[in-house]
Design a protein. Sequence first.
Length: 315
Amino acid sequence: MKSNVTSLGNRIFIIDGYDLHMPERTGAYVIVDDDITIVETGPSLSVPHILQGLQELQIQLEDVRNIIVTHIHLDHAGGAGLLLQHCPQAKVYVHPKGARHLINPSRLIAGAKAVYGDTFDTLFDPIYAIPEENVISKGDGDTLQIGQYCELSFLDTPGHANHHMSIYDPISNGIFTGDTLGVRYQSLEENGVPLFLPSTSPNQFNPDAMLSSINRVKKLQVDKIYFGHYSASTNVNEVYTQLQYWLPRFVEEGEKAMRHGKDHTSLSESLVEQISDHLHKKGVSPSHPAFTMIQLDMKICAMGILDYIAERDER
Ligand SMILES: [Zn+2]
């Protein structure tokens, strides 16, 4: 069987979770410290991949102590309940605003059904509630000792969602940023064309909050960013620069679409067009596999942008 585990150095591994049945989409990070710690579970369909990866790393499931989710969107935390059933000693750590939705996922399920429609069942089912005693809230400035020499710290990083936190790891001087610092397209970076795009999913996207969170992370002067999608980059300044470039453009395109009475499908098409133009100038072939993912992402991004503008203009 093909390995789905990659070492990222500094005792950190990523297990590909094949979210949406696609490779290099969403991964679970494993920090092999005194207490085995997993950051992000992906949806339930990723859990068998995580179990296989842990086996490959020769980690006993009883030794998994911490399961951290950056936020409660199902592609990051939907599998936490199922994974916990396999890891009897683990606790689940989550933003204080997310805790009750892990304990009772009904609103989460309804929200995802609104975005994903008919594909919900194949992509996200089942979503198991997590017993209250296994859920621990971590707010801004809180820490978690995972080893003799390592204390992780939690930062409140809204923008993509209000229940979003990032986790700083002092050993690698790196930070797990979920979706707040956007999406990294691994196949493009491997081809020498790094692309980092904001993730503006419904329905709590807020560009001002996102920009503050980006600036806050930037001030930490980390060496590495561990993305929710996908894997890690040491090209950190490029990440900040690109997000600061694309974020206002995304909102501007949304405003234009709104003025002309266009819907999210048409907005997503114009976003894809802008990104394709940019990549074309960098010499990326129009048949590059990254485009499939970009198209998918822009569909969801467009919904969140229009959502944000409509709500903002109502105020
Ligand atoms: Zn995500």
